[in-house]
Design a protein around this ligand. Structure first.
Ligand code: C2E
Ligand code: CA
Ligand code: CA
Length: 774
């Protein structure tokens, strides 16, 4: 269906209604007027006829009275009887002039005219209508219309009795044009009079002109049609005819004619006025209709345009339609609020699409486009990756809720430095400063970022690693930035270099690290023969015997060759699968401990554990099961922990360590002196042994500072009832010093390098009696 415009529809409706109403009204009024006029016409003709008859009757009465008076006049009668013509004439004259009669005559009974005034009837000549004499004589008189001397008269004829009728008196009024004009003056109808003799018109007078009279006479009792009245106007008269008299051989016919033009002139006026009013109404309606429809349709059309604009996301133009129509105003208001809501929602969606939910920093996708713009701008810029060090640990220990809190806090701090901040994944953020900040600024920023985060009861110490990339030197696309930044931050994390600029060599190291992860996982699962354990004796300086060894893992991979545990242990810890390495080590170490035990050289095999391992509650159970299954004493193994690993969740770590001690295992703090922990802190730890880090021991014989440190550590450890192991003993001088200071155990290349289990048995047998201090 073709759609019509509202504007046109309303216009058509309004104008159509007015046209319809006007035409209907016009027709009704018109019909009613015609009807009314017809009735008025009939009434007019009727009245005219009545008036005419009355006039004629009154004239007749007048004639009668006058005739009677005349006939009764004694003098007159005598004069008639005596044929005194002069007296007769004067009597007729007197009477006639009294009533303004047009004709006075006296006729003898033999039909001869005696006298006539005026003398239209010649004396002694035959009166033309003697046929009525008998009637007059019988009735005493008659009233009749008669043609005399080419004139129509209304005539009264009476007998003049003395006492018998002796003559006939005649008194008449002319029915001439003057009479008709008088009648017309009264009735307002045109009057025509015709006299027919044997259907032959013999006399004719009319108030109308001869051609009009002819028209009037041809339209007797014709009802004019509405067409002839309004349009053709071919019927000028409507006439009614009646017979005034039909005697003496002639028929007198009177015609009353109404001038149709005059009669309908009021109506025509009305019609004209009605037509003009109707036309004006239609014009006005068209104008108002156009205005009105425009007033409704125009705002709607504007709203439609607005809706289209909104649909393509153009919200900037406000909808201010000053419109007096309530509904359209409401619609316009609804549009305005809709526009606002859509805009808000779109802004929200756009915000969500561009920002990270948790921190409200930009997300990875959006920062990518911002970086692209920076590349397009052409000038070099700095990108700083920020990684919360050990973020996984924070989540594990304090819960995700607090992990999130640390992140949002960090994001907030980062935003305060301006520039562009984004969150990539997990605890990794990206910052693009506005300019190129100085090194000092970066260091200050780092320490500000690392301020402790308060989570109610606790403060969480944040440690962040910053990776620095200068673009486009270090990377040419956002993708490259993300990839390389990953490598830099990874390296910073592993090497504990907390502000690390990008270097192309990092990529090779990163690839190697990835290879180590893949290959080590594979070795643990499918090729355990790539892994071996070496043992390094710990010499009991007092007894000169070896009852303690440290298990040190070795890995030789077909693709990577020999990989130092310094490298792969850290990677396995970081990649989250250190527990599989530990499990392999524990099994192997207990197997070997059993071997040493049954070979007659029972050893306490020290196994290195990482922080993850000590927190793993099921590990202790496994160890206990393995040892008990072999019926070995619990002290066939002991454990070494790095102090740095214990700082994080101190209370929990202490509880777990206590569990190891309760199960009969000895614990040592490894690499003592490299971390931050003080002796006071160590006091609370359930450990039996301190291992002084090799960095203090290797050059002990020549480094006075190291001497002081090692000596102090030994003294303090003894104060806390702990044994001391010195590792990295590379010469006799150092061994002697340690012996002098009361150090319990010594471990180092001077005594023995880490060797295979079988070789250890040989070595033990060979060095059983050795005098180490000699
Ligand atoms: P660590 O626990 O401090 O082990 C002692 C390291 O010092 C060993 O290096 C050992 O070969 C070396 N060493 C011993 N005596 C001397 C000496 O006189 N001079 C010098 N320069 N070095 C000496 P290695 O075997 O390369 O182990 C490196 C680190 O790898 C270990 O440090 C330990 O932290 C880790 N590691 C080794 N095996 C395991 C293991 O089975 N489990 C875990 N979790 N970590 C292990
Ligand atoms: Ca160790
Ligand atoms: Ca060590």
């Amino acid at each position: 269906m073709a759609r019509k415009s509202l504007n046109k529809s309303i216009f058509r409706l309004v104008v159509g209604l007015i046209v319809f109403t006007s035409i209907t009204l016009f027709l009704i009024v018109w019909l009613a007027t015609i009807n009314q006029t017809q009735k008025r016409l009939d009434a007019g003709l009727e009245i005219g006829q009545n008036v005419l008859e009355r006039v004629l009757k009154s004239r007749e009465d007048l004639l009668f009275t006058s005739a009677h008076v005349l006939a009764a006049d004694f003098g007159f009668k005598q004069a008639v009887a005596s044929k005194d013509k002069a007296t007769i004439d004067s009597a007729l004259e007197n009477h006639g002039s009294r009533i303004n009669a047009d004709l006075m005559a006296l006729i003898a009974l033999d039909g001869k005219t005696i006298t006539s005034a005026p003398d239209i009837l010649p004396p002694n000549k035959d009166f033309p209508y003697t046929s009525i004499f008998n009637d007059i004589l019988k009735g005493g008189g008659t009233s009749v219309l008669m043609m005399l001397d080419q004139q129509l008269y209304q005539v009264i004829m009476l007998t003049v009795n003395a006492p018998r009728p002796i003559a006939l008196a005649l008194i008449g009024f002319k029915l001439d044009i003057v009479t008709l004009q008088e009648l017309t003056a009264i009735t307002k109808l045109n009057t025509s009079l015709q006299v027919f003799n044997n259907k032959q018109e013999t006399y004719q007078i009319s108030t109308l002109s001869p051609p009009n009279m002819e028209k009037a006479l041809s339209q007797i009792e014709t009802r004019p049609s509405w067409l002839s009245i309004t349009v053709s106007r071919d019927i000028p008269y409507i006439s009614r005819q009646f017979i005034l008299g039909d005697e003496l051989g002639h028929k007198t016919v009177l015609t009353l004619s109404e001038d149709v033009q005059r009669l309908f002139s009021d109506f025509t006026d009305l019609q004209l006025r009605l037509f003009i009013t109707g036309t004006l109404a239609i014009l006005l309606a068209s104008l108002l209709g156009a205005l009105f429809s425009n007033r409704i349709a125009k705002p709607l059309a504007l709203l439609a345009i607005k809706a289209k604009e909104i649909s393509v996301g153009n919200y900037s133009n406000p909808i201010d339609m000053h419109c007096s129509t309530e509904e359209v105003s409401q619609l316009s208001e609804a549009f305005t609020s809709m526009q606002g809501n859509i805009q808000l929602r779109e802004e929200k969606i756009t915000f969500q699409a561009r920002h990270d939910n948790l921190t409200s920093l930009y997300n990875r996708q959006f920062v990518e486009t911002l970086i692209e713009k920076k590349f397009e701008a052409g000038s070099p810029f700095l990108v700083i990756g920020i990684n919360i060090f050990g973020f996984r640990g924070i989540n594990d220990i304090f819960g995700y809720h607090n992990g999130d809190k640390c992140l949002t806090e960090l994001a907030l701090r980062l935003s305060s430095f301006g520039g562009i901040s984004a969150r990539l994944t997990g605890g990794e953020l990206l910052w693009l400063p506005d300019g190129i900040p100085s090194d000092t600024f970066i260091t200050t920023m780092k320490s500000k970022l690392e301020a402790a985060v308060n989570i109610g009861e606790f403060n969480i110490d944040l440690k962040v690693a910053l990776g620095l990339m200068t673009c486009p030197k270090d990377a040419k696309t956002p993708e490259e930035i993300f990839k390389s930044m990953n490598i830099v931050l990874d390296e910073a994390q592993i090497t504990r270099q907390f502000i690390l600029p990008f270097d192309p060599s990092l990529e090779a190291r990163y690839s190697r690290r990835l290879a180590i992860i893949t290959e080590l996982k594979n070795a643990l699962k499918n090729a355990p023969h790539e892994l071996t354990l070496n043992y390094q004796p710990k010499l009991n300086i007092q007894t000169g015997k070896v009852t303690h060894v440290e298990a040190l893992i070795r890995w030789t991979n077909p693709r990577l060759g020999f990989v130092s545990p310094e490298d792969f242990i850290a990677i396995a810890e970081q990649a989250g699968f250190i527990q599989h390495v530990t499990q392999w080590v524990i099994k192997q170490a207990i197997n070997d401990a059993e071997k040493f035990y049954h070979a007659g050289f029972p050893q306490s095999v020290a196994i290195n554990l990482s922080a993850k391992d000590i927190m793993n509650a099921s590990l202790l159970t496994q160890i206990v099961e393995l040892i008990d299954a072999r019926n070995l004493p619990r002290d066939c193994v002991s454990f070494e922990l790095t102090e740095g690993d214990l700082v994080k969740d101190h209370a929990k770590a202490i509880a777990h360590m206590q569990a190891y001690q309760d199960a009969g295992f000895k614990l040592a703090i490894d690499d003592f002196g490299t971390g931050y922990s003080s002796m006071a802190y160590l006091q609370n730890l359930p450990v039996n042994t301190l291992k002084v880090d090799k960095s203090f021991v290797m050059n002990l014989h020549e480094q006075e500072g190291d001497k002081k440190i090692v000596q102090t550590v030994i003294n303090l450890a003894h104060n806390f009832d702990m044994n001391v192991v010195a590792e990295g003993v590379e010469n006799l001088e150092s061994l002697r010093l340690l012996a002098k200071w009361g150090c319990e155990l010594a471990q180092g290349y001077y005594i023995c390098r880490p060797i295979k289990a079988d070789d250890l048995l040989v070595w033990l047998a060979e060095h059983n009696q050795k005098e180490w201090l000699m």
